[in-house]
Design a protein around this ligand. Structure first.
Ligand code: SAM
Length: 284
């Protein structure tokens, strides 16, 4: 990997391999960024790798998503695992003439979403039947960690996208301690613990807890980028975010220490220690 480059450049690594694409948005505040060794990944096009703080990933998500949709000129869009909380509002969809479908394995979760969305009930980790190559843009927020077979998941997304289409995922990453514990401890115990730590995490609400496996949920490690390449994607941009302060809301002192550690990781990034990631992928 190249030396760390401090600060922020508005130019995103080229999507057409010859010149930078200034249209790609760059709004999320991420303090440190670096590009990987130019020789990697296998496609020869460097992935733009950046780091930031988790608070910025959450507060910047909606804006970043909308900018990405517009900057890629996408019209046909599918959100996977949208459940109770579709990420694009109906007025944005209408204003830009988008064809937006929300998909989820659970009809019950989709029923909690506001009215006015086109819905599709489907398990995205099962081999796909029907529509293929139809979408310009497929994305997910807090879904990837819940999918048991990550390879089938990404292959299905690849099949759903048209050539050159964009996939975008926002997900928690190992080896952040809360997710490592969530993986290792029994589901009933983590369910109970989470309900104690965070208000509103009950099954009938809009932020229910689902079993998580964290397959292919890592920060911007070489192995993670290679896995995505192996199913036919090029990682255009991969952002790793440090910290998970939401788990310390009831422990202000622990939260302060945690935030200091996250800031220190931002100054000295370790891709295995991120807590969340954004992955922007292009179908090759
Ligand atoms: C943590 S919720 C996230 C919901 C929404 N994206 C959000 O950010 O609030 C995870 C969602 O993924 C759905 N889900 C889990 N496994 C799935 C699968 N294999 N295929 C499609 N949806 C799935 C769940 O039903 C649930 O609605």
């Amino acid at each position: 990997m190249q030396k760390l480059r401090r600060g922020w450049s508005p130019i995103i690594a080229s999507r057409n391999r010859t010149r930078p694409n200034p249209a790609m948005p760059n709004k999320v505040q991420m303090g440190t960024s670096f590009e990987q060794n130019k020789a990697e990944p296998a496609s020869g096009v460097p992935t733009r790798i950046e780091y930031g703080l988790t608070d910025d990933a959450w507060s910047g998500f909606d804006e970043y998503l909308k900018e990405l949709v517009l900057a890629t000129g996408s019209r046909t869009i599918c959100e996977l695992g949208a459940g109770a909380n579709p990420a694009l509002a109906p007025d944005f969809v209408q204003a830009h003439g988008l064809d937006y479908v929300i998909l989820d394995i659970s009809a019950e979760e989709l029923a909690k979403a506001p009215p006015g969305y086109r819905i599709r009930v489907q398990d995205i980790a099962k081999p796909l039947t029907g529509v293929r190559g139809t979408y310009d843009f497929v994305f997910s927020k807090m879904l990837a960690e819940h999918v048991k077979d990550a390879e089938v998941f990404h292959r299905n997304i690849h099949a759903l996208l048209r050539q050159g289409g964009t996939a975008f995922h926002f997900f928690p990453t190992l080896y952040a301690p809360p997710y490592a514990f969530n993986l290792l401890l029994p589901e009933r115990l983590t369910h109970w613990l989470l309900s104690r730590m965070q208000a509103g995490r009950h099954d009938s609400g809009k932020n229910a807890k689902f079993p998580a496996y964290y397959h292919w949920c890592r920060g911007p490690t070489r192995a993670q980028l290679d896995r995505l390449e192996s199913v036919g994607f090029r990682a255009v941009r991969y952002a790793g975010f440090f910290g998970h302060p939401g788990y310390y809301k009831k422990m202000p002192f622990a939260e302060r220490i945690h935030r200091a550690l996250a800031s220190s990781l931002l100054r000295h990034p370790v891709p295995w220690l991120t807590s969340f990631a954004y992955a922007v992928l292009e179908k090759k």
